[in-house]
Ligand binder design. Structure first.
Ligand SMILES: [Zn+2]
Length: 267
């Protein structure tokens, strides 16, 4: 990913105008595309911009508006929250939108050095900030978390977390602790949250989760021993489910949903 020193008015691109974890959308629920001179609102062109990657051979450019107040010339343009936007965009663009917001968040939170307090500057050839005083360099933070489906006799363990809205049940998840392997985290989290031991821990897949900077690493595992005993500070309920008695589960586009459908052979 490259810092763009100057925005080219003639460059045709897909534009990710980011402000407070929201992105600018056009009337049809699309991201702005085309030449910069055709974008119909005024903004400070000195604000940070990065080349995020390419989509259908078009450059995807982040413009971090930070906290600028933007007058929208067209009533059709609007801001959309990242969570809503990720649910509506195709998968590849949804990943790009998450990347845009994470880079913007990094730029905003690394203006000063965490070691000596002096001003940081952005490095041109990668997404990193470096301190003018002591040379300390910082990169966007990625926080690894495991998400795991425990399987027993064709059923899956689902739990209702205190943080989940409504009555949604999902697979268990938890953050990796310092010095821990991912498999150790899976075993520890299942034991802590529901009092079960598991075996045959195996990789399933991964999903960047930009709220604000998590990486979900998914595992399947088999029930080994114990009775369900929930951790009341984390969970409201937990039980074994099959396709015939499923409660409300996470939405499409989440790896949790993908795991549930995989285990219960719903697709
Ligand atoms: Zn410093």
């Amino acid at each position: 990913m490259k810092k763009i020193k100057r925005l080219h008015a003639e460059r045709s691109a897909l534009w990710f105008f980011c402000r407070d974890n929201q992105l600018m959308m056009c009337s049809e629920g699309l991201l702005p595309r085309g030449k910069l001179r055709d974008i119909d609102f005024e903004f400070d062109q000195q604000c940070p911009s990065y080349l995020l990657g390419y989509h259908d051979s078009k450059p995807c450019i982040l413009i971090d508006l930070q906290h600028q107040t933007i007058e929208l010339a067209s009533s059709q343009n609007h801001w959309l929250d990242l969570r809503a936007l990720m649910a509506s965009l195709p998968h590849e663009l949804s990943l790009m939108a998450g990347r845009a917001c994470q880079v913007a968040n990094f730029i905003r939170t690394h203006q000063f050095c965490g070691q000596c307090g002096q001003r940081m500057f952005s490095i041109a050839w990668e997404v990193a900030s470096q301190c003018k005083g002591c040379g300390h360099r910082a990169y966007p933070r990625i926080s690894p978390a495991v998400i795991m489906a425990v399987v027993k006799d064709g059923k899956i363990l689902l739990a209702q977390n205190k943080r989940h809205q409504g009555g949604v049940y999902s697979v268990l998840a938890g953050f990796v602790e310092v010095g821990e392997s991912l498999e150790q985290t899976v075993a520890r989290e299942v034991l802590e949250e529901v009092g079960l031991t598991v075996k045959n821990i195996r990789y399933f897949g991964s999903q960047p989760w930009p709220f604000p900077h998590n990486m979900m690493i998914a595992y399947l595992c088999d029930y080994d021993s114990g009775e369900i005993k929930i951790e009341p500070n984390e969970l409201i309920a937990a039980d074994w489910f099959d396709a015939s008695n499923l409660p409300e589960i996470p939405s499409n586009q989440t790896i949790a949903r993908e795991m549930i459908e995989h285990v219960l052979k719903m697709k």
